[in-house]
Write a protein that binds this ligand. Structure first.
Ligand SMILES: [Zn+2]
Length: 402
């Protein structure tokens, strides 16, 4: 979870050590200094020095840990994250969750604003729109700007987070932005920015705060208008050589009278998804995915999921996902497969996936992996992404907080 770095200066090592400690304390609240030192391979003296720095900056605190029986000697003290010691901002650019949000150091939401009718046609206009909204939310929440660690941006696009670039968005119809989106957010909020696609943001959120906290290998499927996946292996996101991993929406599936963003008519995006479902329900007057209809797709899908008459087609869509999951499970051997997104977490769709895996692919109770629903919405994931990247890593700007 710590960025690879060939930089071994004392300053960068201190940053890396702080990140490791914070990450461990967040994952194991109540951990003692001695245990922390043991786990990280530090002397207790060295661990104490790092912990003191974190306590001095108001990010970590010591507290008495309740012991079950009356114990003799000094009360045991443990370490935990100070809930309101730092905060993180989130921007979710989506037709479902168009919002800006702030969460505390534990990842609990403290403020959020839903934004209707975002401009989505132009990268710079979109970025300015959300940046202003987040800036206003920070002011309105009364949170000290100096305690904000950064902003996470979550959206349907291929991104290069380390360069702060959007490479391409098939969903919004954007090309490469050369870092424009992140620059606009940074300029208006004066905070560091991390941009990730929605599946990866959700995977990071689940890994640190949710359904994948206790495991090292999982695959997260985000199913809504389209479908995408995020793969985590040995606690790391698998991005692929050119950041293209997880494009399961273009797996070959049934041929449909629809056209995917890639031009084909047999992509999984056209059957196991909201787009495919709306077509089956007769809600589309066009065959080709239309970037100007994103909010129509979202509201129509949400309405369909409330409609009992649509249930058989929702089931069909869910069953269409199972062959893709079978391939993923056989290839990657994850401990868990997490279904997220409005469609993925819908009970009818989810049950259909489960049933098809059992009946058509022989995954019974003794399977090596567990299918589960995600705990976060894409609206939650953006701020959690920022927390993960700018607090629980070597990228924490300690000097600003100290
Ligand atoms: Zn396609």
């Amino acid at each position: 979870m710590i960025n690879k770095s060939t930089d071994n200066t004392p300053a960068s090592l201190r940053k890396a050590h702080r990140g490791l400690f914070l990450s461990d304390i967040q994952m194991s609240p109540g951990i003692s200094r001695a245990e922390l030192a043991r786990r990280q391979g530090f002397s207790e003296m060295a661990a104490t020095r790092i912990v003191r720095e974190l306590v001095a900056a108001g990010i970590v605190e010591e507290f008495s840990v309740d012991t079950p029986k009356k114990s003799v000697g000094r009360p045991k003290t443990g370490l935990r994250i100070v809930k309101d010691g730092i905060f993180a901002g989130g921007i979710t650019v989506s037709a479902y969750h168009s919002e800006v949000s702030i969460c505390d150091a534990n990842g609990s939401p403290v403020a959020r604003a839903h934004l209707d009718d975002p401009p989505l046609a132009d990268v710079a206009k979109t970025a300015k729109f959300y940046a202003r909204a987040l800036h206003d939310l920070i002011i309105a929440s009364g949170i000290d700007q100096d305690r904000m660690v950064g902003v996470g941006v979550s959206l349907s696009a291929r991104t290069q987070p380390e360069e702060g670039r959007i490479v391409k968005s098939e969903y919004f119809g954007w090309g490469g932005d050369d870092g424009r989106f992140c620059r606009e957010i940074r300029a208006l909020t004066n905070l560091p920015v991390e941009v990730e696609n929605i599946s990866n943001s959700l995977a990071i959120a689940e890994m640190r705060f949710g359904a994948a906290r206790d495991i090292s290998d999982f695959t997260l499927i985000h199913a809504a208008t389209f479908v995408g996946a995020s793969v985590v292996s040995d606690h790391r996101l698998v991005r692929g050589a050119s950041e293209v991993s997880g494009l399961i929406g273009h797996f070959r599936a049934q041929t449909r009278p629809l056209e995917c963003v890639c031009g084909r008519n047999d992509c999984l995006n056209l059957s196991a998804t909201g787009f495919g479902l709306l077509s089956q329900l007769g809600k589309l007057d066009h065959q080709r995915f239309d970037h100007s209809r994103l909010s129509y797709y979202a509201t129509s899908l949400l309405a369909a999921l409330e409609d009992p008459e649509a249930a058989p087609l929702v089931q069909q869509a869910g069953a269409q996902l199972a062959p893709a999951l079978d391939c993923i499970v056989k290839l990657l051997g994850p401990q868990r497969v997490i279904l997220s997104g409005h469609l993925g977490t819908n009970e009818t769709y989810y049950s259909a996936v489960e049933t098809a895996l059992r009946n058509d692919f022989d995954y019974g109770a003794d399977s090596d992996f567990e299918l589960t629903k995600g705990t976060f919405s894409s609206g939650d994931a953006a701020a959690l992404l920022a927390l993960h990247v700018f607090c629980y890593s070597n990228r924490l700007d300690y000097q600003r907080l100290a």
